[in-house]
Write a protein that binds this ligand. Structure first.
Ligand code: BGC
Length: 743
């Protein structure tokens, strides 16, 4: 009897554990939908920008200080029942102002017939970057260079707390586009070129945002195929064969959906001639039926309307609305007109959109609102008096920035600087915070410093770090212009080393389009002039994408790729230059040598070399995974416990490495596989595992890796993942071993 009872309790317990956490939210949402009118449902599917609710001054500009307009609030929130608001009115608000405006939006929502709270969304992509005083962390391309799953997760938890303490429960982050095209102006918003890295770090960020008491909904961007436009410009066509889409671009989304991501934002652009906002195949067949996504699919900015004016696939706004909603859109980031809602209603009344499609979309939106606890606590300030920019978050930002900086070259060990080294610092990014942070920093393009706390530029940090009087500064070199040779040389007369802080100004989206990846002449001439003069040249690249400089690269003694390291970037760069921190970042992308031809590290054998003419082979300036240290790591051995495996087995491997230098350091072990022969031409290599480890000087470490053999599958002729038997090689640094997979 006792046994039966125990089994029964176990069964009950197991059933409870298997119940989806959102079960009650889903049923509550379904019953609320039954009470709603068509007009109320259409309102829920509408998302407007806060500018539609704000007060403007007599010149037509948003009033400063920012304020909400009560008559607009009544019209939009109460009369139309708009379900979601996004964004900031032009600039960053204090925590208090956020709570005040969200509080008044929710008060109006409370006075509507069904009292449905509004869902507020924001782009807090590297910290609560729209809340005054919050800690800003490195941008995603730099986070990827850390290869540090644990720190990224810790950061995501902190960002969720900061954003939620501003009353905002939904973050348009992370970007899971795979950065395959360095020309693309949103390259820096990605975790780089490898789908496995994007998946691993992306899933960690989603979990960090969405876990625990401070749960904030993540939004996977931008589903799918946005990041590889043929001409490199933002929001222009991508031509990606379905096989490549499934092999490279879809897996990060599929994995993050499995990790529980609650929302997805759709790619503004077109895939093989089909605007993604009108693609039933991508939005319903693949996203819902294949990948099992149950959350909310939101459009990107104005992208239903763009089906007319930008894409020319719909003749009228009303037709565009039917097209996108029938394709699978749940929520429209309208965000600047009130017509979407009207046309949605008309389409349903005319039978062009089934009401069941509307019910499905509204159920998802309401379910999310229940899951976020908005019905009970619409201002979501779960944090009490939450303090921003604590010592712990400042330290985390510094640690991430330090781990993100990649030492690409250190000829003759010019770095770290000697204790009494005299340096001249110059270049457009030497004394400029904005470039360290990049876009989405207090404003969309990140060009307004007024809201930034006092933080160090590279120059300030170096002045603090090094002996007083040993750091001088030359102002006047910009991205595209430079001082005369005489002026440059005069400034460097008393120093042994020149630190050139080069790269790019801040940008995102269209304003960041360029026509040439090559770093501007004026900046490369600085390298030439100082190299010729016999000074040691140390280049610090603060840039959102790898700008090419193959001709002048050999003239540099040391090169740091700093990426976009955020507010602590200046301190981290100075700490690395001075030797206080040992560099440990690794490139999460291939740094091209040439501006007109580029292959990623996982290229095909035909891209590797030209056997006949012995030229034109894969020859990047720096390979994926490059990154030096002030110490030396030796890879001593790699062992695979079983070499003959079946399709369901797992591969168990150990890698031994040692720190043979005199400094403690971190190393990221990268494990690649190569398929010897396959029915689809295999990549030369693919990253299958990575682990960041710390080794004290002289320490030796053995690190285990386990992976399922099915991880070695690829998208075959039928456009499905399959595992073909045969030989696979594994490589870690210069070590190699192989396994055999049997049918
Ligand atoms: C961007 C998105 C962003 C949205 C809302 C769009 O222009 O493409 O990444 O989330 O604006 O600000």
């Amino acid at each position: 009897m006792k046994k039966i009872f125990t089994v029964l309790s176990l069964l009950i317990l197991l059933t409870q554990c298997n119940l989806p956490a959102n079960d009650s939210a889903e049923s509550k949402a379904k019953s609320l939908v039954k009470k709603m009118t068509l007009e109320e449902k259409a309102g829920q599917m509408t998302q407007l920008t806060i500018e539609m609710l704000s007060v403007y001054d007599t010149t037509g500009a948003l009033s400063k200080p920012h304020a909400l307009d009560s008559s607009k609030l009544r019209q939009v929130i109460v009369d139309m029942g708009v379900g979601s608001i996004l964004n900031v009115g032009g600039y960053t608000y204090s925590q208090e102002h956020w709570k005040e405006i969200i509080g008044s939006i929710q008060t109006y929502a409370k006075s509507s017939r069904l009292q449905i709270p509004v869902l507020y969304g924001i782009d807090a992509i590297h910290g609560a970057n729209y809340t005054v005083g919050a800690t800003l962390y490195p941008q995603q391309i730099s986070l990827a260079a850390t290869f540090d799953r644990e720190l990224l997760h810790e950061m995501a938890v902190k960002v969720a707390q900061d954003v939620k303490s501003s009353g905002i429960p939904w973050n348009f982050s992370p970007v899971l586009d795979v950065g395959r095209n360095p020309m693309w102006p949103r390259f820096w918003e990605t975790f780089g070129e490898d789908p496995y890295v994007v998946s691993e770090l992306g899933c960690g960020m989603v979990k960090g945002y969405q876990e625990g008491d401070t749960m904030m909904a993540a939004c996977l961007k931008h589903y799918v195929g946005y990041s590889d436009p043929r001409n490199g410009h933002d929001r222009t066509p991508a031509y990606i064969p379905e096989r490549q889409l499934r092999e490279i671009f879809l897996p990060p989304f599929a994995n993050a959906i499995r990790a529980g991501a609650k929302t997805v934002m759709v790619n503004s652009s077109e895939w093989n001639g089909e605007p993604v906002h009108a693609s039933h195949f991508l939005l319903t067949k693949v996203l819902r039926e294949e990948m099992g996504f149950k959350g909310v699919a939101v459009t990107d900015w104005e992208d239903i309307k763009n089906l007319i004016e930008r894409h020319h696939v719909a003749a009228t706004y009303k037709e565009a609305v039917a097209m996108s909603i029938n394709a699978g859109i749940d929520l429209a980031m309208v965000p600047l007109d009130l017509d979407f809602t009207k046309y949605l209603i008309e389409n349903v009344k005319e039978g062009k959109i089934k009401e069941s499609r509307i019910d499905e979309a509204v159920t998802r939106i309401l379910q999310l609102k229940y899951e976020l606890g908005l019905f009970e606590n619409p201002v979501v300030n779960l944090m009490g008096n939450h303090t921003l920019h604590t010592d712990a978050s400042k330290a985390l930002s510094f640690e991430l920035a330090s781990e993100a900086i990649v030492l690409l070259k250190n000829q003759g060990n010019v770095l770290p600087f000697k204790a009494d080294e005299k340096v001249l610092v110059t270049g457009p990014n030497a004394n400029y915070i904005n470039a360290l942070n990049g876009g989405w920093t207090h404003t969309w393009q990140g060009r307004d410093t007024a809201y930034n706390p006092e933080v160090n530029t590279i120059l300030n940090a170096l002045q603090e770090e090094m002996k007083q009087g040993n750091v001088s500064y030359l102002k006047g070199n910009t991205y595209t212009t430079r001082l005369s040779d005489a002026e440059l040389l005069r400034a460097a007369s008393g120093v042994s080393t020149v630190v050139l802080c080069l790269g790019e100004d801040t940008y995102t989206e269209k304003p960041g389009d360029i026509n040439d990846l090559e770093l501007e002449n004026a900046q490369q001439e600085l390298i030439q002039v100082y190299h010729k003069s016999g000074k040691k040249v140390v280049v610090v690249l603060v840039e959102g994408r790898p700008r090419t400089f193959a001709t002048t690269e050999p003239m540099c003694d040391a090169i740091l790729f700093a990426g976009l390291p955020g507010n602590a970037g200046g301190d981290a760069i100075a700490a690395i230059l001075s030797g206080k921190v040992n560099p440990s970042g690794k490139l999460p992308f291939t740094y091209p040598r040439f501006s007109s031809t580029h292959s990623t590290y996982d290229c095909k054998y035909t891209e590797l070399y030209d056997k006949e003419f012995k030229r034109n082979g894969f020859n990047p300036l720096y390979e994926f995974g490059s990154g030096l240290s002030y110490t030396q790591f030796n890879y001593n051995g790699m062992s695979i416990s079983q070499r003959n495996l079946g399709a369901k087995d797992s591969i168990q491997m150990e890698v031994t490495l040692s720190n043979t230098g005199t400094t403690d350091g971190d190393e990221t072990i990268l494990v690649f596989s190569s398929d010897e022969f396959a029915s689809i031409t295999p990549s030369v290599k693919r990253l299958r595992a990575f682990k960041r480890v710390h080794l004290k000087a002289g320490e030796k470490l053995t690190v285990p890796f386990v992976m399922a053999t099915k991880e070695l599958s690829f998208v075959g002729l039928k456009n499905q993942f399959e595992l073909e038997p045969g030989k696979f090689f594994f490589s870690v640094s210069s070590l190699k071993d192989s396994i055999e997979i049997h049918p």
